[in-house]
Ligand binder design. Structure first.
Ligand SMILES: *[C@@H]1O[C@H](CO)[C@@H](O)[C@H](O)[C@H]1NC(C)=O
Length: 552
């Protein structure tokens, strides 16, 4: 190459670089003069930045490991080899951010990280391991993550779909023995990925309601992707035994106890909760309807919502915060006025039941929009507000793991933290925050379905509280994000030595999507770990022989 040619090339490169940096600077600072913090682009940039800080810190200290002890900066695996717990769970958040970011440098970084994950999944991830895994957790996080990566790679052009489809099929096949172990088809809670040995949970061996009824979106999508109807049939077969054995739903108004014996389907532990061990049973009834339009699931979902309004919903004193409590023994048995943070997904679920994913104003024009739908929307607004208040009222701006609501004017509890509005308390054993997603999840739905800008403000406020209180600087000055020990402690919060994979998979994704304009909620169904799966065309399903195989 001549000297002149060389010089011209250098000139061109520096010119291009100048244009590129000017462009990315403008992109990032376009909305800095907006009147509030909640302009979409600026907020998107801020969330991408926290995501990348969290992710890069994981890559630097614990790449490949399943568990990230973030404060001490170390990784661990559950079994003899890694399952991809962090990588597969976080991947589709990066894909979505790569597709939606307005910042060129972020886009390049995200593209590099997606490629890094894809190569690891293709070359390193090996499910042939002598390790017993939770069927539920592995399905929602790993199978769900692989299937959504497959879907996004296909539709957004951000990866190689075949890599994810092949891994999903292999993992699905290794989970199947858990279903086959039970005489009635309710999967045992764990399975050894190499030997296929299935194991019931400890103690009496009961199955958690929310575990065996939260596999269906993933196994139906797997059946669709692979063309193998076995996955569909196994996942659906779990319902019939417990409906048949327990005079359910009639005798229970649709609310099911949280424990079921997997060999018979008989109800066992008489605790009725929409939080831990119950939650996603209700979620997947509606979401299966949204995924496939099978009317049976809409009917079942409606039954459960009637029961919820009758037995589980209550209002606090003095300000009537709507919340969902717990019952023990029978549905008319003792009522506990407390709500797990986990329950806060229910606002988004009610909102989706009201509108089926189209904006409220449009839903209200539809022939199917009736009094029930209007009631669902009202409950969605009210319970989402309550969940927001459990953040807004604490000194850190973050909610506790469980909130306990006031039932009397003069209610007092020594040594419990009392909220300024006096509507709720936090017990000393419940003050931790695990960076959970459910509240920002519901707020994300409320924003897209209502267009009311207060919801963007709420998620911005919560995001700021996470950024401020869960950021942790190690002694060497490096930054990470962790769960924290107390949302009500005065002064500096103390870290727990863990960054949950759902911080990357769910919490930051839902905050992020709140600030993406025009995200269409009628085209995807999020699984319970925030992995978006496509809404499937009923005619195409019928052509492939994938149809509901049971009825009440
Ligand atoms: C469908 O999946 C099941 C369970 O993994 C497997 O046993 C069966 O061989 C598969 N069928 C085909 C045609 O691949």
């Amino acid at each position: 190459m001549t000297k002149i040619g060389m010089r011209r090339i250098v000139k061109w490169i520096s010119c291009l670089a100048t244009v590129y940096f000017a462009y990315s600077y403008m992109q990032r600072h376009r909305f800095t003069t907006a009147t509030d913090d909640t302009g979409g682009t600026e907020a998107q940039y801020a969330v991408e930045k926290v995501f990348l800080e969290s992710w890069q810190d994981y890559v630097a200290h614990a790449w490949g490991y399943d568990v990230f002890n973030a404060a001490s900066g170390q990784g661990q695996n559950f079994g003899e080899k890694p399952l991809g717990w962090m990588i597969v769970d976080a991947l589709d958040t990066m894909m979505l951010m790569q597709a939606h970011t307005k910042d060129v440098r972020h886009r390049l970084r995200l593209r590099r990280e997606v490629a890094r994950c894809e190569a690891w999944i293709r070359d390193e991830l090996d499910y042939d391991m002598n390790t017993e895994v939770s069927v539920f957790e592995t399905t929602i996080r790993m199978l769900g993550g692989l299937l959504s990566a497959h879907h996004l790679a296909e539709t957004l052009g951000v990866g190689t779909p075949a890599v994810y489809a092949a891994k999903a099929e292999e993992l699905g096949a290794r989970l199947v023995p858990a279903f086959l172990a039970s005489p009635v088809g309710i999967p045992y809670s764990s399975v050894n990925l190499r030997t296929g040995e299935a194991v019931k949970s400890m103690g009496i061996g009961e199955a958690s309601l929310a575990e065996f009824t939260t596999l269906q979106l993933e196994f139906k999508q797997l059946a669709y992707v692979t063309g193998n109807a076995t996955y569909w049939k196994l996942a659906e077969a779990v319902y019939k035994p417990f409906f048949r054995e327990n005079d359910y739903p009639a005798a229970y108004d649709g609310i099911a106890p949280v424990g079921v014996l997997p060999d018979t389907g008989k109800f066992f532990t008489p605790a009725f909760k929409i939080g831990a061990r119950g939650d996603s049973y209700y979620e997947y009834l509606l979401k299966q309807y949204l995924q496939t339009r099978e009317p049976l699931y809409w009917k079942l979902y409606q039954t459960t919502m009637t029961g919820m309004a009758k037995h589980m919903i209550a209002r606090s004193v003095p300000d009537d915060y709507l919340y969902i409590g717990e019952r023990y023994g029978t549905l008319s048995g003792p009522f506990m006025p407390q709500m797990d943070h986990l329950v806060c997904f229910i606002g988004g679920l009610y909102a989706m039941a009201a509108t089926e994913g189209v904006p409220l104003a449009k839903a209200e024009q539809q022939p199917w929009f009736d009094g029930d739908r209007a009631l669902y929307w009202q409950i969605a607004e009210d319970v989402t507000y309550t969940c927001y208040r459990t953040y807004h009222e604490t000194p850190t701006g973050l909610a506790a793991e469980i909130s306990f609501f006031s039932v009397r004017e003069d209610e007092a509890h020594d040594s419990w933290w009392e909220s300024p509005s006096r509507n709720f308390f936090i017990k000393p054993t419940d003050v931790q925050n695990l960076q959970r997603p459910e509240t920002v999840e519901s707020i994300m739905y409320m924003w897209h379905l209502s267009g009311d800008s207060k919801y963007r403000q709420w998620n911005w406020e919560i995001f700021e509280a996470f950024r401020k209180n869960t950021a942790y600087y190690r002694p060497d000055g490096s930054l990470t994000y962790t769960s924290i020990n107390s949302v009500v402690a005065e002064g500096q919060t103390t870290p727990r030595d863990n960054m949950e994979s759902f911080w990357l998979a769910e919490t930051l994704k839902y905050v992020y999507l709140t600030f993406v304009d025009d995200f269409d909620l009628s085209k995807v169904v999020f699984n319970t770990e925030a992995h978006p799966l496509p809404v499937l065309d009923p005619e195409e399903l019928a052509r492939r022989g994938l149809v509901t195989g049971w009825d009440l």
